[in-house]
Design a binder for this molecule. Structure first.
Ligand code: ARG
Length: 569
């Protein structure tokens, strides 16, 4: 929030305290009656050998004395001591003036910065597996990763979005075997995932009575690894078809990737990893496998080569990390992957450290909790598959039922798609990512609740106010904005830049979601209590400016989160 630094500086100056101490200490009190900012004096108590209440009183006196000076009262209106806190009330009119001017001058880029100029961020997200269903965890990774990427872009970073698809591994031996026996080419082209899943499940069923199938599959994977052309062509067909299916979903979500270099991309890059590990004597033999012993780090061994000689997911992730550092020379290398893989990333980063790469401190696992539909467990395990497109379709269907066609919404199908998809994306970004989440349709689609449709509804409402007003006058006197609701809305707007920066720092889009929701709430409160259009001259102009700023910032926030803003709903 702008003003915070100024207020902190003045409090510090009036009391001869270090600026940093005040900036870091300054809080926003739980209720506005207490103050716009509060400085807790508890920590200073020991050092100053006074009670927090006494310190607060002294600080209030010192500050109060200076409030006659313009450099002080430009920012601070009054202050008072209360139970160990120095509470400060800001000069609201000046605050409104400064915030709204800043927003309008930013020309749609309020909250952006060039903080990231010259810095590169690699973001690995979505990463579904070829021939396995795109499950809800991948959707969650897609929503969170997409938001993080757009936020970093907005802060001036150069981002590289990587879709590290699972397109390699022994399962492809099984899959090719199964498909050769039971596959249907038409079904493969029409519905790749289901056809591959069907034969894959069949393979496991049949293998119970026909153990020789397992040998056949191993043999098949070997031939694939050796590059036998028709087998490679078959694998490539599965991969291409799968990517086409993934892209259909990405299109609905408004997502694209810079690269689909997935696990298979590292086939020829794993040899070097093994050599590097050997050179550092990090590989030991364990039950026929070659592993990195991590017991000194309190972790179980990291398997690099399985007992049958095959490389695994871990080997490819080591190769991928090396490749990314060399290719992109990243400042941060982010992996947006569910919490079940915490151990994997812990091991991966530890091994990279043992290999001597200090840039491992720039690698981050951004994990997230499990997703559940009520009464249904949406886990990754086989047999518990939630069809993702079905999920989106269901949401869109419910959204369509909600939309009032009589109101003359331009294109109801387009609106339903935006609302249905937005509801799902919002559900993923609404709470802290580490928390497990439960999908509840009623809440997700509640146009009056903490939901995507609520944001869209509010955006459409602000758009319609501006439209009905027939445009926004060029000039407005913000001093006319004297209502508490106008002040609260401006506060909400002014918090956006910090929220964006904070969301990036913590890889936590929910911080931004909360703030955007706060803006929508504050706007609707104002809308319900005061008229924008039928208000006195002077007030009307200023309120329309406020409405335009709201619409713009809601739009920015929604775009960063991946929710389509609608002019009409
Ligand atoms: N395909 C993996 C899965 O579905 C996720 C890959 C994440 N990225 C990575 N570099 N390991 O679990």
């Amino acid at each position: 929030m702008i003003f915070k630094n100024e207020v902190a500086g003045l409090v510090a100056a009036a009391n001869g305290i270090d600026n940093e101490t005040v900036v870091h200490g300054l809080e926003v009190p739980p209720s506005r009656e207490m103050g716009d900012f509060a400085f807790p004096c508890f920590k200073l108590s020991k050092e100053l050998k006074k009670s927090p209440a006494e310190i607060a009183k002294d600080m209030a006196d010192a500050l109060d004395k200076r409030l006659a000076k313009p450099e002080y009262n430009r920012y601070i209106a009054s202050c008072r001591a209360e139970g160990g806190y120095l509470n400060v009330f800001i000069n609201r009119a000046a605050f409104m003036e400064q915030s709204l001017t800043e927003i309008s001058q930013a020309g749609g880029r309020y909250g952006s910065s060039d903080h990231g100029a010259g810095k590169k961020i690699v973001i690995d997200y979505s990463a579904p597996n070829v021939a396995k269903p795109f499950h809800v965890g991948h959707l969650c990774s897609t929503a969170i990763g997409g938001a993080i990427k757009r936020i970093y872009d907005f802060l001036g970073y150069e981002t590289v979005s990587v879709n590290h698809i699972g397109d390699w591994g022994t399962q492809f031996g099984k899959l090719i075997c199964a498909y050769r026996r039971w596959g249907d080419a038409k079904a493969l082209a029409a519905d790749t995932m289901n056809e591959l899943l069907r034969v894959y499940v069949l393979f496991h069923k049949e293998a119970k009575d026909m153990p020789e199938l397992e040998d056949e599959a191993r043999e098949m994977f070997l031939r694939l690894e050796q590059g036998e052309p028709d087998i490679v062509a078959q694998w490539k067909e599965f991969r291409d078809f799968s990517i086409t299916e993934f892209e259909r979903l990405y299109k609905r979500l408004g997502i694209s990737f810079d690269t689909y270099d997935g696990e298979s991309f590292y086939i020829d890059k794993m040899g070097e990893v093994v050599e590097l590990l050997e050179a550092r004597s990090l590989l030991v033999e364990s039950e026929g496998a070659r592993v990195v012993d991590l017991s000194a780090h309190g972790l179980i061994p990291y398997i690099i080569i399985k007992s049958d000689g095959a490389t695994i997911y871990a080997t490819r992730d080591l190769a991928a990390a090396l490749y990314r550092k060399r290719t992109y020379d990243f400042d941060k290398n982010i992996y947006v992957v569910g919490s079940p893989q915490k151990l994997h990333f812990n091991q991966l980063f530890t091994v990279l450290g043992l290999m001597g790469y200090d840039w491992v401190s720039d690698c981050v696992h951004v994990s997230f909790g499990q997703v559940r539909l009520p009464g249904r467990k949406m886990a990754t395990r086989e047999g518990e598959i939630i069809e993702l497109e079905e999920l989106l379709d269901e949401s869109v269907k419910r959204a369509a039922a909600m939309i009032d066609e009589g109101r003359g919404v331009g294109d109801p199908a387009m609106v339903a798609e935006a609302v249905g998809v937005g509801a799902i994306v919002y559900a993923f970004l609404k709470n802290g990512r580490e928390r497990d989440m439960v999908f509840k349709w009623d809440e997700m689609l509640d146009t009056d609740g903490d939901s995507g449709p609520y944001l869209q509804y509010t955006y459409a409402r602000a758009s319609s106010v501006l439209q009905k007003a027939g445009g926004v006058p060029e000039r407005a006197d913000y001093a006319k904005l004297a209502e508490a609701e106008e002040f609260e809305l401006t506060v909400a707007l002014s918090l956006l830049p910090d929220a964006i920066a904070d969301a990036a720092d913590k890889y936590e889009p929910s911080i931004l979601t909360r703030r955007i929701f706060g803006i929508a709430r504050a706007f609707n409160k104002l809308y319900n209590m005061h008229s924008f259009i039928d208000s006195p001259l002077g007030v009307r102009e200023a309120r329309l400016h406020l409405c335009r700023a709201t619409r713009e910032l809601l739009g920015t926030g929604m775009r960063l989160l991946g929710i389509t803003a609608l002019e009409q709903m």
